[in-house]
Write a protein that binds this ligand. Structure first.
Ligand code: GLN
Length: 479
């Protein structure tokens, strides 16, 4: 049996039946890591010894006949911008190369309480700035489906780890698409929950009004189980929302009769690869056959999404990155004579090119005289975009779109042209600007055998609808 290929719920059943041990699962996945990492580079650090010890403890529990929680003993990989006490958190940046976290993020505390096993921290674009994981100080991650191609980004290490069988589950973070787009490129399921659903305490901030942590999994069922654990109010994050946390696994029903699905006109235009459009349309047909009602809708401010996002996200990033100054923690330049020089040199040597570009852009749009023209205007357009969704959701229950206009592109192909790179996020960023949840699920393969992703969006705090439709689609593909 290939234990590394199993989903979490499959592993759980076998553990309960005592057909496999937790130690076998964890060791097999570390064997896969050893075999594949030279080529894929999904991880920045591993926690093998601790993981094997924990696996033994869980096996003893099983032997004693104690009940297992749904994800107890399941191996999980964590994006390297989420802190685990005593482990490195580099954000794939030189500036945090030697940083060891003194505390746990809230999501990590919750995973520990539920007995999940940490395999290691995954590669990413530096500070989550990017769509390809090429902006990592430690070198790029490669797509398991084609090593010449990117895994997407910025949670590329997490998506590649799950796709390659180097982890059963993973956590990523999504500010403008960083869970959904890599999930699409690597043929796995990636969910960005509603803003405020999952605590951001212990997530190194990129753009605080847009960031969310979410699950990257092999299937929709695992995604629901993982959100059950990481979701919910946290007094340590003032933006986390105190609303009831449903049991998301109850929404895993293959029934969508009468569900109203909107297709935004603006998302099915030129610029998307033909095969991507074709596969998404095939799925729409399948859903119609299963009794869904399909309706064309309009999100008229879609065209302003990229510009608005890159004003707001860089403004917030420039403020958040001000704390990395070489004084309190992280990289410190050795050749400075004055305090000002220490700041300048530490930041000049510690940040990579994309981080610098964003700090400069963000500082510019926030500066006196330009604030009204850029940042304030950006916030206004953001409101219009949110209203577009509110209007649309009066007519339909969910919205269906491609996740990305293209399949995984070649490593190096977009590095010289930041604008082209930014355009890869055109279908994902509006969900962050509006604060609504979105999932990417695999819906087919291109002729080049590259995965294609389909995105489902729902109103804020309606992840249940997403799970219902995603689960139905997943079961329909399998028929
Ligand atoms: N690709 C987008 C960016 O570079 C989104 C990144 C993210 O979601 N963290 O900003």
């Amino acid at each position: 049996m290939n234990l590394n290929k199993l989903t979490a719920h499959e592993i759980h059943k076998l553990l309960v039946k005592k057909e496999i041990s937790c130690e076998e699962v964890v060791s097999e996945i570390f064997n896969v890591i050893e075999e594949k990492e030279k080529r894929i580079h999904a991880y920045l650090s591993l926690t093998k010894e601790k993981a094997l010890l924990e696996a033994k403890t869980i096996d003893e529990k099983i032997k004693r006949g104690e009940a297992l929680l749904p994800l107890e003993g399941i191996p999980i990989a964590i994006k390297d911008n989420i802190v685990i006490c005593g482990e490195p958190t580099t954000c794939a940046s030189r500036i945090l190369e030697n940083f060891i976290s003194p505390y746990d993020a809230t999501v990590i505390k919750r995973l520990k309480k539920n007995g999940l096993i940490f395999m290691g921290k995954t590669n990413m674009d530096e500070f989550a700035f990017g769509s390809s994981t090429e902006n990592s100080y430690f070198g790029p991650t490669h797509n398991p489906y084609d090593l010449q191609r990117v895994p997407g980004g910025s949670s590329g290490g997490s998506a590649a780890a799950v796709a390659a069988g180097e982890a059963t589950l993973a956590l990523g973070s999504d500010t403008g698409g960083s869970i959904r787009q890599p999930a699409a490129f690597c043929g796995v399921v990636g969910l960005k929950p509603t803003y405020g659903r999952v605590s951001r305490f212990g997530l190194v901030a990129f753009a605080s009004s847009l960031d969310q942590i979410g699950p990257i999994t092999k299937d929709v069922t695992d995604s629901a189980f993982l959100l059950n654990i990481i979701g919910g109010y946290d007094p340590l994050d003032s933006t986390s929302v105190d609303v009831p946390l449903p049991d998301f696994t109850k929404s895993l029903i293959s029934e969508i009769k009468g569900l109203k699905i909107g297709l935004p006109r603006e998302y099915f235009v030129s610029g998307i690869e033909q095969e991507v459009g074709e596969y998404v349309k095939k799925s729409v047909k399948l859903l119609e056959e299963r009794g869904a009602e399909i309706e064309e809708i309009s999100l008229p401010h879609t065209d302003y999404g990229i510009a608005t996002y890159y004003v707001i996200a860089t403004a917030e990033a420039s403020a958040n990155l001000a704390r990395f100054d070489g004084v309190r923690y992280g990289y410190r330049s050795k050749n400075s004579k004055t305090l000002a020089e220490l700041y300048e040199n530490s930041r000049a040597e510690g940040f990579g090119a994309e981080a610098k570009r964003r700090i400069m852009l963000g500082t510019y749009v926030l500066s006196a005289g330009y604030y009204d023209a850029y940042y304030l205007k950006g916030q206004r357009v953001r409101t219009l975009m949110r209203e577009d969704f509110e209007k649309a959701f009066k007519k339909v229950d969910v919205i269906l779109t491609p996740t990305s206009p293209s399949t995984a592109f070649k490593i190096g192909e977009r590095m010289e042209d930041p604008l082209k790179m930014y355009l890869s996020d055109v279908f994902t960023i509006s969900a962050n600007l509006a604060g609504i949840p979105g999932i990417s699920i695999p819906c087919g393969f291109s002729k080049e055998k590259l995965p294609i992703g389909l995105q489902i969006l729902a109103p804020a705090f309606c992840e249940e609808k997403i799970f219902q439709l995603a689960f139905t689609l997943e079961s329909t593909y399998q028929c």
